[in-house]
Design a protein around this ligand. Structure first.
Ligand SMILES: Nc1ncnc2c1ncn2[C@@H]1O[C@H](COP(=O)(O)OP(=O)(O)O)[C@@H](O)[C@H]1O
Ligand SMILES: [Mg+2]
Length: 362
């Protein structure tokens, strides 16, 4: 069991700043996700925690102990690498059993524990093979099995399910979450897949360009994104951002664009002093918070239907609002007409106002 603290952690590779002044505390027993686009510094952060990279600046603490100078073995962490890193000359059984063997667990118990984990990850039939005789997805699951077969202080996962097909991925995800709950080992899980991060983690840190932009529970970050990057990185389709302007008088506030006008006077008291009249705003609204309404309904936004995608349980409609593409998620299998104008009303209590810079206004 372990709490992990990163203090002003930075890693430079020559001119590249891979990790930029990260401050973060991961609680004991927590399932924590680092989420961000490719190249944002996720793997480097994980390798710093593992002890595979030396930080350029900053410290790493595990349970208040400064481990910055310790080797990976001394830190007692298990890492699943993106590229599996299985031992090619060993069988899958010996690969998975390896962490138990170096800890002196007797052979009979080793085999029992390997079989149990392998069964759960659906590679129980493959234990006599060597890594070269397995598909990428099978190797990935063998690597996960090797990490979780013993219970270190910390699990570190680097996109461990990325090579699995959709169905296996969901099954492996459920297994990992269940296992983590059961053994309660502090886990840091790196992914660029927002759905995976939301589904697995107790808390998520959204990263971009080596920095952490926001930390919170999945629903907190989903509901209250602090800037347009986070707003659009979480959710599929992402949050809509519709350009408009703030019109503000002493007693009224409105969002105005050429084809719609939305009264937001109820937010008047919360508008910061810097929210000046006529300032450009992005109206942020998630696809599930737009509802089709009658033509000309006050506050509704008219859009040209661009494409309708029936997905079974729901229907996705892409509208063109002025020059902006706006996604609408309808919880119905009765899609609207494929052509013409659709008027959609935003749920006024679910709107977000972002400044031109991308930072949240309200
Ligand atoms: N060993 C290295 N040498 C030079 N640059 C590196 C090295 N490792 C990572 N980088 C760079 O650091 C940045 C962050 O990389 P990485 O942590 O792998 O991102 P992610 O895992 O989020 O895709 C990238 O620009 C990458 O090219
Ligand atoms: Mg990576």
């Amino acid at each position: 069991m372990a709490k992990i603290t990163l203090e002003h952690l930075s890693k430079h590779f020559g001119p590249v700043i891979a990790v930029n002044e990260i401050d973060l505390t991961i609680e004991d027993g927590e399932f924590f996700a680092l989420l961000g686009p490719s190249g944002c510094g996720k793997t480097t952060t994980l390798r710093l925690i593992a002890g595979l990279e030396k930080p350029t600046k900053g410290r790493i603490l595990i349970d208040e102990q400064d481990v910055t100078a310790l080797t990976p073995r001394e830190r007692d962490v298990a890492m699943v690498f993106q590229d599996y890193a299985l031992y090619p000359h060993m069988t899958i059984l010996d690969n998975i059993a390896y962490p138990l063997k170096v800890r002196g667990v007797p052979r009979e118990e080793r085999v029992r524990r390997v079989r149990e984990v392998a069964q759960n990850l659906q590679i129980g039939e493959l234990l006599d093979r060597r890594p070269g005789q397995l598909s990428g997805g099978q190797q990935q699951r063998a690597a996960v099995a090797r990490a979780v077969v013993h219970h270190p202080r910390v699990f570190l996962f680097d996109e461990p399910l990325s090579n699995l097909d959709a169905k296996l991925r969901l099954e492996a995800r459920a297994f990992l979450k269940h296992l983590q709950r059961e053994v309660g080992v502090t886990s840091v899980y790196v992914t660029h897949d927002q759905a995976e991060a939301m589904a697995l983690a107790d808390r998520i840190a959204v990263m971009n360009h080596g920095r952490i932009l926001q930390v919170g529970s999945p629903l907190d970050v989903y509901r209250h994104p602090r800037n347009t990057f986070v707003a659009q990185f979480l959710g599929s389709p992402p949050m809509n951002l519709i350009p408009c302007r703030l019109h503000r008088t002493a007693d009224r506030a409105r969002l105005v664009a050429s084809t719609f006008e939305l009264d937001i006077s109820f937010l008047q008291g919360r508008l910061p002093a810097g929210a000046r009249n006529d300032m450009p705003i992005f109206l942020g609204i998630r696809p599930e918070h737009l509802t089709p309404v009658a033509v000309g309904t006050p506050g509704a936004i008219p859009g040209e239907v661009y494409v309708v995608q029936p997905l079974g349980a729901e229907t996705l409609v892409d509208l063109l609002v002025e020059d902006t593409s706006v996604a609408v998620r309808l919880f119905t299998d009765e899609p609207p007409a494929q052509h013409g104008t659709l008027w959609v009303l935003p749920d006024i209590h679910r709107i977000h106002l972002y400044q031109e810079s991308g930072e949240i206004l309200i």
